[in-house]
Design a protein around this ligand. Structure first.
Ligand code: ADP
Ligand code: ADP
Ligand code: ZN
Length: 209
């Protein structure tokens, strides 16, 4: 199954994707993770996008579309994937339609108060990218990833100013995709507010044939 996860930053798209990727046998493709890996490796792409991402703005459509087009041409995602964080603009959605046929778009629905609380406590592993949370899912050892032993940090774009910018960008450029996909009959809404385990269970039920 080819899925798109849509929703505001902090809604839990990445967290749920990681928990359901194995169950659905659908590789998790996160544009945010790909960009962060490029930044960590100081590759030409990483150097180009770092400032834009740190400020909470969107990377340009051209570069982002090209990146996803190449990733989705790979063999492991021939039949199924979870696309997390793409598309984020109408131009990206139109480009995606030109190179892949999406089965369902899951709209992670959560109020601002919830996403702000989640983003302000998010902690990310530098090595494996796992998303911990200071209150909701703290690592056992302070500053150390319980999955891989990697170092844990707070994302530059999870600072309050960048969070505000990202929520504005979401409302201005991304939220319009909800109606775009609803009109195509592809959208399914999911309440992203409960505990992650409950969201995973509800999503499983929703996706059952
Ligand atoms: P979040 O999980 O908070 O929604 P992501 O990890 O998906 O954030 O993305 C982090 C940043 O990477 C975005 O704020 C943006 O700068 C960039 N980015 C990720 N996906 C896209 C995209 N599809 N188009 C443009 N920029 C993107
Ligand atoms: P997104 O990919 O939508 O930006 P993340 O999956 O990174 O969101 O989640 C943002 C933060 O909220 C992370 O710190 C994560 O541990 C936490 N989180 C995610 N889902 C839930 C949930 N259902 N309940 C509580 N905390 C959550
Ligand atoms: Zn880790």
């Amino acid at each position: 199954m080819k899925l798109v996860f849509l929703g505001p930053p902090g809604a839990g798209k990445g967290t749920i994707a990681v928990r359901i990727t194995g169950i659905l046998n659908a590789p998790h493709v996160s544009t945010g993770n790909i960009f962060r890996e490029a930044i960590a490796a100081a590759s030409p792409l990483g150097l180009k996008v770092k400032a834009v991402i740190d400020e909470g703005r969107l990377v340009d459509d051209g570069a982002t579309i090209e990146l996803v087009r190449k990733r989705l041409a790979q063999d492991d995602v021939k039949d199924s994937y979870i696309l997390d964080g793409f598309p984020r603009t109408i131009a990206q959605a139109e480009a995606l339609a030109g190179f892949s046929v999406v089965d369902r778009v899951i709209n992670f629905d959560a109020p601002d108060s919830v996403v702000i609380e989640r983003l302000s406590g998010r902690l990310v592993c530098r090595k494996c990218g796992f998303n911990w949370h200071k209150t909701f899912n703290p690592p056992e050892k302070d500053g150390v990833c319980g999955k891989c032993g990697g170092e844990i940090y707070t994302r530059e774009d999870d600072r309050a100013e960048a969070v505000k910018k990202r929520l504005d960008v979401y409302r201005e450029q991304t939220a319009t995709l909800i109606e775009y996909y609803r009109k195509q009959g592809l959208l399914a809404d999911i309440d992203a507010s409960p505990d992650a385990g409950i969201v995973v269970e509800n999503l499983r039920k929703l996706l059952q044939p």
